[in-house]
Design a protein around this ligand. Structure first.
Ligand SMILES: Nc1nc2c(ncn2[C@@H]2O[C@H](COP(=O)(O)OP(=O)(O)OP(=O)(O)O)[C@@H](O)[C@H]2O)c(=O)[nH]1
Ligand SMILES: Nc1nc2c(ncn2[C@@H]2O[C@H](COP(=O)(O)OP(=O)(O)OP(=O)(O)O)[C@@H](O)[C@H]2O)c(=O)[nH]1
Ligand SMILES: [Mg+2]
Ligand SMILES: [Mg+2]
Lengths: 291, 277
């Protein structure tokens, strides 16, 4: 899609030896439009175009490529590099049980992801336990119990009433039953909800999670960077999980989040079942954004 | 910039940036700003003209002014709530029940999400809180059968309103969209002309994919309007403007929180003010 459009626009460079500044401009204009349509954040698009322009003009044209192909290659390379070149593993260090905290906006996919992560960890030889501290959403804790059950995973069930009490009791239960990972599913919250953000920060302070993961909806648009930044500032984040990538969203939010926060994407969600979790491949996301 | 001078390129560019940042989409944003350039307004007229053109787009779709259900109906008024995963359908179903209940209507809800974990339980909690009956089947059952039974129960009881919550589904999944079409037909088998409305619940954080969602749900589920949920966040739901423009679909309500009172009828002027910041 973008690559095809670029190829058409860059035909103006045919027969030239260098990537010409004037001929590059319509291509960059096209690229800007395409990236915005792909939901890449406005500011991130600006920065991306600037670096593409700099690289495309600054590089020696390779003998094997036309200037047009050169620009396309720069776009692809810049995009993949920005999306985080290497795959970052989930690192569980410190005392057991390792607490993994899942946070994010309402409906992003946290509860479903908790089961997916539990399933993934168990296949890697861990013994995870799931617990929900969502005391707000109707049947939230019931949902967590059901997804845990369908994935054949241990889940904490108790009489505790507040998020802190539930997490405390879950941690004790995990320790007692010999689980080495405690996956804490939290309530969806708005980053502009001061009270709920304070609650998340307090949970993080109290339980010192080994890893805090932000579940981001890949259908999201321009505002997504605002929420992830707020969570990173208030709660502290170690990584991102991109959900709902089985749709046809271009997923530009991935580029926005990664370039604005510098956080690694650890996994992508590709469906509603507990097996629908894949490792993150930046090159696949790049070609998805570039269509 | 003096208010009575012609608006400059920098101002137009910053307006375009504001629109894009509100998820209006680059093409619609460019069209709106080009329209301004042609009208050649002064600095102080610019924002007003832009506001007016956006409000016009939002007021244009025909079924925007369709009436809400009233108590004392002969047959139940039926609405299906549809949309992609996690957008806010179940909560919105409960909000609509609360709203129409306040208007004096007798309500029945159908828990037609037979797929997701604790989906039926979630709607039943709302039903208990509102004292509204919920028709539900065994998990894993045929959702079209729930639609059928909910409409039949509504008819039998003389309910004024039947609200049916459906499972989240990505519009790209053909089998799930076909299932929705079947649910639509089921309603019509029980009550003539049902469903009266099929509302797409759209998450206000949605980007340009929202237009794809609306197109596909229009084709397969015959949506008659939008409900924009989670507008209490910082996302402004601008893709709904593009949807109104390109598909002539009205925005009927906005969701502004997680409680049953957090639903308001759509106000185009307030919405546009939110988009322009
Ligand atoms: N298609 C698809 N659906 C997903 C994916 N991840 C989650 N979902 C669905 O998205 C919806 C919301 O998922 P939840 O796990 O309830 O989201 P949540 O973040 O826990 O929601 P709150 O607790 O209300 O904030 C459900 O219908 C899930 O089945 C995914 O990767 N692909
Ligand atoms: N802040 C806010 N949260 C909302 C709003 N509407 C729904 N939510 C929240 O969004 C999350 C998802 O809502 P649901 O009603 O379960 O969404 P759904 O579309 O039924 O989800 P699936 O059935 O899994 O597809 C819940 O945490 C709700 O409380 C809203 O207007 N504002
Ligand atoms: Mg949840
Ligand atoms: Mg639901």
């Amino acid at each position: 899609q973008i690559t095809e459009r670029l190829q058409r626009t860059l035909r103006a460079l045919r027969g030239t030896v260098h990537v010409d500044e004037k001929a590059l401009e319509p291509a960059l204009k096209d690229l800007r439009m395409a990236l915005l349509e792909a939901d890449v954040n406005y500011g991130v698009v600006k920065e991306f175009l600037a670096s593409v322009r700099e690289k495309a003009l600054g590089e020696q044209v390779m003998a094997s490529l036309t200037p047009g192909q050169q620009v396309i290659r720069v776009v692809n390379e810049e995009m993949t590099a920005l999306l985080g070149g290497a795959q970052v593993p989930l690192s569980l260090v410190g005392p057991s049980p390792h607490v993994v905290l899942l946070v994010g906006l309402q409906g992003a996919g946290k509860t479903t992801t908790a089961a997916k992560l539990g399933h993934f960890l168990r296949r890697k030889g861990h013994s995870p336990m799931l617990a929900s501290v969502d005391v707000y959403r109707p049947a939230a804790r019931e949902q967590l119990l059901q997804v845990a059950k369908s994935a054949n995973l241990a889940a904490f069930e108790g009489a505790a009433e507040t998020p802190q009490e539930i997490a405390d009791a879950a941690q004790a239960a995990a320790r007692k039953d010999g689980h080495d990972v405690l996956l804490l599913d939290t309530a969806g919250r708005l980053h502009v909800d001061e009270e709920m953000m304070a609650e998340a920060a307090a949970l993080s302070a109290a339980f010192s999670p080994c890893v805090t993961l932000y579940v981001a909806d890949s259908l999201a648009g321009q505002d997504a960077v605002n929420s992830v930044k707020a969570f990173a500032d208030r709660v502290g984040l170690d990584g991102i999980i991109l959900s709902k990538l089985d749709g046809d969203s271009r997923g530009g939010v991935a580029l926005s989040i990664v370039s604005v926060t510098g956080l690694p994407v650890l996994f992508v969600g590709v469906g509603e079942k507990f097996g629908d979790l894949e490792t993150y491949h930046p090159d696949r996301i790049a070609s998805r954004i570039l269509g | 910039l003096l208010p009575s001078e012609k608006v400059d390129a920098a101002t137009l560019e910053s307006l375009e940036e504001a629109l894009i940042s509100a998820d209006v989409g680059p093409i619609t944003a460019a069209e709106l700003v080009e329209g301004l350039q042609e009208a050649a307004p002064t600095g102080e007229e610019t924002r007003r003209l832009l506001r007016e053109s956006m409000v016009r787009i939002l007021e244009a779709p025909e079924n925007g002014n369709r009436a809400e259900p009233e108590p004392g109906r002969e047959t139940p008024w039926v609405a299906l709530l549809v949309g992609v995963n996690g957008s806010g359908k179940t909560t919105t179903t409960a909000k609509l029940a609360a709203r129409f209940q306040k208007h004096g209507c007798s309500i029945l809800m159908g828990a037609a999400d037979t797929f997701r974990a604790a989906a039926v339980e979630q709607l039943c909690v709302w039903g208990e809180r509102l004292d509204v009956p919920v028709v539900a089947h065994q998990s894993g059952g045929d959702p079209a059968a729930v639609v059928y039974d909910a409409c039949a129960a509504g008819s039998a009881r003389g309910a004024d309103v039947v609200l049916i919550d459906t499972a989240g589904r990505l519009h790209t999944k053909d089998n799930l969209m076909a299932e929705l079409a079947k649910m639509h037909r089921s309603a019509g088998k029980v009550i003539d002309g049902a469903p009266d409305e099929v509302w797409l619940v759209l998450d206000a954080t949605t980007g340009q994919n929202g237009l794809r969602q609306a197109e596909d749900f229009l084709t397969h589920a015959g949506i008659t309007g939008l409900i924009l949920a989670k507008l209490d966040g910082s996302a402004r739901g601008g893709v709904a403007l593009s949807i109104a423009h390109r598909l002539s679909l009205p925005i009927r309500y906005v969701g502004t929180g997680e409680g049953t009172d957090d639903l308001e009828p759509f106000d185009p002027e307030a919405f546009v003010d939110g988009l322009l910041g």
